[in-house]
Ligand binder design. Structure first.
Ligand SMILES: [Zn+2]
Ligand SMILES: [Zn+2]
Length: 265
């Protein structure tokens, strides 16, 4: 089937050294039809208050070169992963204005400036239920404040860095938060991202995806969140079937900020 990896990071992200061409070659070798380079814009991300960003002009220039080079063989999608925090909404809008991307992901990486990745977040919220609930509430707040993007990135991002006996984030344990989150996604037409990077050690509770479907959600995107070549398209065959089992007949990718649906076969 036509399958795109809709979440990868090229060397325009501080934490990746992948060249776009190398990633495109890898995607071709895997039989993918397209790849999106969703590099990081995270305003006020670092502990010293500085930003994680890249020059959109340089990125889009490079993107066009690579898109033209692979034309007819592999579809290259221009994209950005926007780091959401309640106090950076205006700055995100200002930074992004005037640039044309095919696809934008809105991702919650920090909660009250605390970072799950470097574990500072788990020091202030050591208990699993409180830590996960607070993260989901922050994501809800972020989406309420700003929703000018296509999909919600890695809804259970925390599970990658948590250190509990069972790190999975279950619908049944956070029903109120998930109900609010999923309703917001439907209201604002936001796609559900299945981010396969999150499931190296912990499983996804597919019930969350089923609940999105039950509320009328139709748009699911698949991304590896690869920062290294060998991670591109990782476990897509498995998660393609999970998505199908949750009642979806299509997986989406984006062009000009509009979803394109491909039948799951
Ligand atoms: Zn992310
Ligand atoms: Zn990412």
């Amino acid at each position: 089937m036509i399958l795109y990896d809709m979440h990868t990071h090229s060397r325009f992200s501080f934490d990746s050294s992948m060249e776009m061409e190398g990633a495109a070659d890898r995607a071709l070798a895997l039989g993918l039809s397209g790849i999106a380079f969703t590099d990081h814009l995270d305003v006020n991300y670092n502990s010293d208050g500085s930003d994680v960003y890249y020059d959109f002009g340089d990125y889009l220039y490079r993107f066009e070169e690579v898109r033209d080079k692979y034309a007819g063989r592999l579809d290259i999608v221009s994209a950005v992963e926007v780091g959401l925090q309640p106090h950076v909404v205006e700055e995100n809008i200002r930074r992004l204005s005037g640039y044309k991307f095919d696809y934008k992901i809105g991702s919650t990486h920090l909660v009250s400036r605390y970072d799950p990745y470097d574990r500072t977040y788990f020091r202030i919220e050591p208990e699993k239920h409180s830590a996960y609930r607070r993260y989901l509430r922050e994501m809800i707040r972020n989406i309420e404040l700003y929703h000018d993007y296509n999909s919600v990135g890695h809804f259970d991002y925390l599970i990658r860095y948590a250190d509990y006996e069972d790190n999975a984030m279950y619908y049944r344990e956070f029903q109120d938060e998930f109900d609010t989150l999923l309703e917001l996604m439907i209201t604002y037409g936001l796609a559900f991202e299945v981010n396969t990077r999150s499931y190296d050690k912990t499983t996804m509770d597919a019930e969350v995806l089923r609940q999105y479907k039950a509320r009328g959600g139709e748009t699911v995107v698949l991304g590896s969140d690869a920062h290294r070549y060998e991670r591109i398209g990782k476990r897509f065959d498995f998660f393609k079937n999970v998505i199908k089992d949750c009642g979806f007949d299509y997986i989406a990718h984006y062009r000009n900020m509009q979803p394109i649906y491909e039948k799951i076969v």
